[in-house]
Write a protein that binds this ligand. Structure first.
Ligand code: SF4
Length: 253
């Protein structure tokens, strides 16, 4: 019997998703871009060996908070191999996660800096750094099975923070909530907006902490902290789902 293509087979664990992401070659434009960036480098990072591959999600398999961003930065995640690491967006994100008790330290510098996330998992709509930070619709669709799998495997997740409009749309599509179920009305994107999803989970929106948004004041530190303060409150108030075996919770079964 012929087997379905690898990317269409269900993933059995977060580790399987991670391995598949790292070796993915489905978007030639993005793969070429990431390799070129990794070869040319930026002057200030010339001593680094760039990761140059797709960047997997990162965090606690038992997370109740899922953060979804857009894509790795060319000289951030594409350099370090950890999502949201090594750029100003990452500085904003991990500072807030630390402040509200989800991270062991306020900065994320490299894959081996000792950072641990507790009750939080960070993923992205696209796993390869796109030119001009703009993945195409087709590239986002190609990458969506990874987010779908993570949503399914993060069985304890109760709160989602979507960073930016693209992440918001990608999460709703990956969760099967873009076109239904009826009479559920698709949540609109607005900074600070909180929606209750049909499965009882909470969806919080934030502007993406890109340099353009933070430098122009569209997103201030106060606005940003309010989102994660709200996420902390929602996580702490969320009822526990029925317990499963630890192996299942860890995404190992
Ligand atoms: S963006 Fe996603 S689907 Fe495309 S090559 Fe990278 S990991 Fe694969």
């Amino acid at each position: 019997m012929s087997r379905s293509p690898r990317h269409l087979r269900p993933f059995g664990s977060l580790e399987a998703v991670r391995r598949a992401v790292i070796s993915c070659e489905r978007c030639p434009r993005l793969r070429g871009h990431c390799r070129r960036i990794a070869a040319i480098k930026k002057r200030e990072f010339r001593d680094w060996t760039y990761w140059g591959r797709p960047v997997p999600g990162f965090g606690d398999p038992l997370a109740r908070l899922l953060v979804v961003g857009l894509a790795p930065a060319a000289h951030g995640g594409n350099r370090t191999g950890r999502v949201f690491t090594g750029d100003s967006s990452g500085d904003w994100l991990y500072e807030a996660l630390y402040r509200f008790g989800f991270a062991s330290r306020p900065t994320s510098i490299s894959r081996d800096d000792g950072l641990r996330l507790t009750d939080c998992y960070v993923a992205a709509a696209a796993r390869c750094a796109p030119p001009d930070n703009k993945p195409t619709t087709r590239e986002l669709e190609s990458c969506r099975p990874y987010l779908e799998a993570e949503i399914r495997l993060l069985r304890r997740a109760r709160v989602v923070v979507a960073l930016g409009r693209v992440a918001h749309e990608s999460y709703l599509k990956a969760a099967g909530l873009w076109d239904g179920p009826r009479p559920f009305r698709r949540p609109r994107f607005a900074h600070g907006a909180l929606s209750r999803l049909p499965d009882g989970n909470a969806l919080l929106c934030s502007f993406h902490p890109s340099r353009r948004n933070t430098n122009t004041g569209l997103l201030t530190r106060v606005m940003w902290h309010d989102v994660f303060r709200n996420a902390r409150r929602l996580v702490d108030a969320a009822p526990e789902r029925p317990r499963r075996s630890r192996a299942v919770e860890m995404g190992l079964e």
